[in-house]
Design a protein around this ligand. Structure first.
Ligand SMILES: C[S@@+](CC[C@H](N)C(=O)[O-])C[C@H]1O[C@@H](n2cnc3c(N)ncnc32)[C@H](O)[C@@H]1O
Length: 398
């Protein structure tokens, strides 16, 4: 079940050794630089998890689970080894679950402007799928990731085949002055696409910069990044916040959710692993640790209840008075069983023979989608998140 794209830790470690200076009496400047190198190495491993996500997506597309012409165009190299059937099914359920929450949000806000902010979006193709599905959509879509990853995405977007699909499927043009990359491959300007009232913005930014005044020397803020603070907003973290230290993940969530006035409908959707304490969970964690990947918030938000509580702490959840809200979470096994119609399940089951049914259920119980929202009941617009409250809910004990 281990993913094939293992970061080259050997090469990365060698880099540290060469620059090192570990003897006694090391000047504090050197120690600081070692810390930085360490952090850079850790960040590189986190950045590389996007290759896994993109590979899994493309595998699920090529096996017929998902219909996504952009997955191949946004994946570096464009060809991948097929994942195991249970991995493909996991990618499928995760994608359709988040798509459903996004679709409900777009449907209920169809009369007004709205925006989606995707944290650690990597090579995700959701914006382009949405624009293809809803050609006249009025939407601002903001993606954040490290400059290295946004640069790679921009590179893929500048290929002729991507430009062709963008025009044909989304009726969008690439900007005429194509963005160039700096020597280290970083792309420090944000990248934008626009067609009528639909905007796509790619922000090359470590999310921790936003919440840390020491790092944020340019005083970057949401308005400066073109994010509107007065329209209904959906925040997505699809396997992103889990890689941040718990206090940073909390600061990022709080930074975004508290930026909006309480009268503005705001929601958060999180997809990430849970249940690290049983045998499967322990194996999952140790397999990832062997690859240098640390799921830093996993123990802090280790169950459906903990995920709901987390959303509640950020002001999303049941409220008193005029404000309404909710916080829910379900694992992938539950979502597969209850959110997906029988005919569609039959189609998916017919795609590949799956020997490992028990393993599938185990794996699927260790990943969850959590969604929380808040709005005011006397809002001039109809309730945005009412449809979310109608989704099948999982009882933690189930
Ligand atoms: C597992 S990938 C998921 C990519 C995408 N959300 C998806 O599901 O296909 C995690 C992504 O989060 C990004 N990420 C993690 N920490 C981040 C941070 N502090 N700032 C910006 N991006 C971050 C990584 O660079 C990576 O692209």
């Amino acid at each position: 079940m281990s993913a094939p794209q293992i970061p080259n830790l050997h090469t990365l470690r060698r880099g540290v050794g060469r620059r090192g200076g570990r003897g006694r009496g090391v000047a504090s400047g050197v120690a600081e630089s070692n810390n930085e190198t360490n952090q850079t190495r850790k960040d590189a491993i986190v950045q590389s998890t996007d290759t896994d996500a993109a590979t899994s997506r493309l595998s699920a597309v090529e096996a017929g689970y998902l219909d996504d012409p952009f997955a191949k165009l946004l994946t570096h190299g464009g060809n991948v080894d097929r994942r195991l059937p249970l991995m493909n099914r996991g990618t499928y359920v995760r994608t359709v679950a988040i798509d459903r929450l996004v679709d409900e949000f777009l449907r209920s806000t169809r009369k007004c402007a709205r925006q989606i902010i995707s944290l650690g979006a990597g090579s995700d193709s959701r914006f382009f799928r949405l624009k293809t599905k809803y050609p006249d959509i009025c939407l601002s879509y903001h993606e954040f990731d490290f400059p290295t990853n946004t640069a790679a995405k921009i590179h893929q977007m500048q290929t002729p085949s991507f430009a062709h699909s963008l025009k044909g499927l989304c009726n969008m043009d690439l900007p005429s002055s194509s963005t160039s990359l700096s020597n280290d491959g970083a792309q420090n300007d944000s990248f934008q696409l626009q067609a009528d009232s639909c905007h796509y913005h790619l922000h090359p930014l470590d999310l921790r910069t936003l919440t840390n005044p020491k790092r944020n020397q340019d005083q970057i803020n949401l308005s400066g990044l073109g994010i509107s603070l007065d329209v209904p907003t959906l925040l997505l973290s699809e396997c992103c916040l889990i890689y941040l230290p718990p206090e940073d993940a909390d600061s990022v969530l709080s930074y975004f959710t508290s930026a909006f006035h309480p009268a503005i409908p705001v929601a958060v959707v999180i997809y990430e692993p849970i249940r690290p304490h049983d045998a499967f969970g322990r194996t999952m964690v140790s397999n990832l640790t062997a690859r240098g990947i640390h799921l830093q918030t996993l123990h802090a938000h280790d169950s459906l209840a903990a995920q709901k509580e987390r959303l509640g702490k950020h002001g999303l959840g049941s409220m008193a008075g005029k404000e309404t809200g909710g916080a829910e979470a379900a694992d992938i096994d539950f979502i597969w069983q209850t959110w997906i119609e029988e005919a569609e399940k039959g189609r998916v089951e017919g795609l590949e023979w799956m020997d490992e049914v028990e393993e599938w259920r185990l794996l699927a119980r260790h990943y969850c989608v959590a969604w929380g929202w808040r709005e005011t009941s006397d809002n001039v617009i109809d309730s945005v998140f009412e449809p979310w409250a109608q989704l099948p809910m999982q009882d933690e004990g189930a």
